[in-house]
Structures are given as C-alpha cells and as structure tokens.
Design a protein around this ligand. Structure first.
Ligand code: RIB
Length: 304
C-alpha cells in the first residue's frame, strides 16, 4: 500500500500573466500572455505528493462556480481522493499572478471558498485525517482551522508538516509543539522569527529561533541557494540542483509534496529532502503551478 498523505488547505484558480518585469505601484504594463491554471498551495502540494508516489486525500473547499468544478476535477484526474473537498455557495479561491522574464513572480490571493474551510468542517471529515501517515497544512485557509488541524493531527500521532505560507504574522505559540517539520521559505522564516534572512547563516539563526519556539525540525527553503535543514542544534545546507528556471510558481509546494510523499514512504529525512529538491528543480523548468509538477519517473530520471 502506498503511504497516505492528507493535505488540508487551499484550492485556487491561478490567473497568470507573463510580463517583462513585475509592475511598480501605479504602473500599467503590457503583458505577454494570459492563462488560467489550477493552483492553490494546498492543491499543488496534494498534486505533488500524488504524482510523486503517495496516496493522497485533499481536505478543502471550492465554490459552486466553473473554477470549482475544474479544480476538483483536476485533483480527481490525478487519483486524489476528494471526498473531503466540499462545494460551497459562492466563488472559488483565485490567485492573480504575474511572472517576469527572470522567472520571479508576484501573487495576490483572494480566499473565496477557501475561507469556508472551518474547524467544524474538519471535524466532519475526521475519518480522512485518521487514515493519514502524514498531514500537511499551509496558511491559505482560516488560522482557526489550521490551529485545529495541527492539534488534531498531533493528537492522532501523525507526522505533521506546516508550510507557513503565505506568512504575514508570527504563528500562535501553541502551534509549534504540534509541528514535526516546519517548512518556510526565506521571507516566511523572516516574518516568523523576526530576523532578517538573506544568507545561510541568517537562515540558520531563524531556524534556531523557530526550534526554540517549540517546532520539531525546520527546513528553510532558499530558492536557488538550496535549503537549510535544522534538527535540534544541528544545521545542514543542501545546495539546490542547478537548472534553468522558467517559472518558480509552486516550486515550494512541489518540494513540500515531494518531501512528504518520500517521508511517508519510509525514506530517510536526508533522502526525502534530496527527492523534494529534485522535484522542485524540475518544476521550475516549466510554467504554471500544477502543470509544472513532475512525476515520480521524471524525478527518478533527473540528473542536474
Ligand atoms: O505556491 C503557489 C501558489 O500560491 C499558486 O498556485 C497560487 O494559487 C498561490 O496559492
């Protein structure tokens, strides 16, 4: 039986434009292309875990609009169990994304139906959580839901991953003890720790701060610089595989989903990190969120 990953989080339709650069405040730019692409940090992580070998259940909400149908249908087509994806009255979540010629992006999300994923809804699908080996949360659904999910996941004795994205504030203190792996990127690590993160050393300092706050292990992802893995007082740097980046959207999600799938399948932490990095590296060579996520065979064949 493949290992079971449950993702609790957002589903968004990404409205993506490519432009030569990101616009400045008050500026209108001429874009080069436009596409609607399935995304949302939760759904992206679910797709990554599924393509990379895990059996996956998604817990989330979509609206009763055309985007909702496409988002749910897309996950079903990946073989993801969607019995815990509710369809609610109103609009699905959307993300407005601009990707520039340097493959960098700027994203604004509007929660829509993701805001309807409440603690009560989670309680109704507790059986899905009970069946998990690994439970992953992010921060695109209400905080109260994330807090409830983390506590329940800890109570059930699951491996708990929090990808604190997007981060606009520090985390509630009582969440940390529920987290086995906290996986922020550099800007999220900075917001959570209150420290500037712009080097390996400062990433280690931020990770140490988050471990002191009570988190289990911390992985600070640093884009092309790789990542820092912090385990107690030990820090290890994993350089990123070198690839030509086209679009970094969902690279972090691909890492999280790949890491979770590998960990759930019994790989060591180090092997799961390298596997997640290879998957994320492949994803940045392709455009879009979910279309960019590689399969297990592609990752196994990948050489940087
Ligand atoms: O992490 C990338 C994702 O962030 C996009 O797919 C978008 O939906 C936003 O949630």
């Amino acid at each position: 039986m493949p290992a079971k990953v449950v993702v609790i989080g957002s589903l968004n339709m990404d409205l993506v434009t490519r432009a030569p650069r990101l616009p400045r405040g008050g500026e209108t730019l001429i874009g080069e292309s436009f596409a609607t692409i399935p995304g949302g940090k939760g759904a992206n992580q679910a797709v990554a875990a599924a393509r990379l070998g895990a059996q996956v259940s998604m817990v989330g909400c979509v609206g009763n609009d055309a985007y909702g149908e496409q988002l749910r249908g897309g996950l079903l087509a990946e073989g993801i169990d969607c019995q815990a994806v509710s369809v609610v009255e109103g609009a699905s979540g959307v993300a407005l994304i601009v990707v520039d010629d340097n493959s960098q992006n700027a994203i604004v999300i509007v929660a829509g139906a993701n805001g309807a994923l409440t603690a009560e809804v989670l309680d109704r699908v507790d059986e899905v959580l009970q069946g998990a080996d690994v439970i992953i949360c992010q921060l695109e659904v209400p905080d109260a839901t994330v807090g409830h999910a983390l506590k329940r996941a800890r109570e059930l004795g699951k491996i708990v991953i929090l990808n604190p994205a997007p981060a606009s504030r520090t985390l509630p203190a009582d969440w940390y003890a529920c987290i086995d792996y906290l996986i922020p990127n550099e800007s999220e690590a900075a917001v959570l720790s209150g420290l500037a993160v712009d080097s390996l050393e400062s990433a280690e300092a931020a990770a140490a701060h988050l471990i002191a706050a009570g988190s289990g292990k911390v992985i600070v992802t640093l884009g092309a610089q790789g990542l820092v893995f912090a385990n107690g007082a030990r820090f290890e740097h994993f350089p990123a595989p070198r690839v030509k980046a086209v679009d970094t959207t969902a690279a972090g999600d691909t890492f999280v989903g790949g890491f979770a799938a590998a960990l759930a399948s019994g790989k060591s932490e180090v092997d799961a990190i390298r596997f997640g990095q290879a998957a994320a590296a492949l994803s940045v060579t392709r455009a879009g969120a979910q279309p960019s996520i590689p399969t297990l065979l592609e990752v196994q064949a990948f050489k940087s």
